[in-house]
Design a protein around this ligand. Sequence first.
Ligand SMILES: C[S@@+](CC[C@H](N)C(=O)[O-])C[C@H]1O[C@@H](n2cnc3c(N)ncnc32)[C@H](O)[C@@H]1O
Length: 269
Amino acid sequence: MTFSEIARISDDTERVSAVYDIFNEEKRLASKSAQVEFLTTIRIISRYLKPGSKILDLGAGTGAYSLYLAKAGHSLSAVDLVEKHVLSIRQKIAEQPDLDILALQGTALDLSAFAAGSFDLVLCLGPLYHLDSRQSQQRCLEEIRRVCKPDGHIACAFINNDMVIATESLRYNSSFLLEDSYDHSTFKVEDFPFVFHTVEACRVVLREGGLRILTEAASDGLSELMAEKINSLDDASWERWLQYHFYTCEKPEFLGSSNHLLFVCANDK
Ligand SMILES: C[S@@+](CC[C@H](N)C(=O)[O-])C[C@H]1O[C@@H](n2cnc3c(N)ncnc32)[C@H](O)[C@@H]1O
């Protein structure tokens, strides 16, 4: 199926599932360059965790964060819209039955499976780059706020519109700048197969959702643009690169130079 055929599918689950028939989520975080996003996110959210925290991983993909956090001793509920992602998490749980993880297929727009105030931390590292209307984004944040404890925390990831122009044109598609998949005067990229936000647009979505932003981070920085270079680093140099990335990723002047953005918010506005 082509992207334009997928874009015409009206059912959310079928459309998102078709997107992930093209993008292999199982392999997304496998390379050195992609691990930067994972390790940065873990490093930042860990500041907000206590031993045995109750965590909801919404848009859990194939479970990279859920498995890691459950191994660190936390209690996880993993929810994803795509059935094959949930089945992959369940298979991993079956291989490690001591882990405290519940994996459910479901949507971020309806968390009625969970009581109010259930979680210390809610991860929303994916749904906000698939929900394409302001109404659905706000519905998602409303549900997250309800299931999060009043003194709990909420971590949201977005894809950064302004960096996508650089990575698409310089890494993936040398004709991209001349094509029509973005507005040539505003540089707003077409919201499919993912939904793209500028840094300021992310802040507006979160504030309108009643969240108080505590931390903002360039979670992968230059990693996607420079993936080939980063992947060719030896282990010692990559470790240094990672330390350099940690040093820069919360500096406001680096925030916009990142494909993924991470915001950790309080639920107590
Ligand atoms: C790029 S993946 C990210 C997976 C993982 N959270 C990570 O950061 O590696 C985005 C995930 O969000 C899921 N997703 C998209 N829309 C969703 C929704 N409305 N409710 C629940 N999950 C959703 C997709 O199925 C996909 O697995």
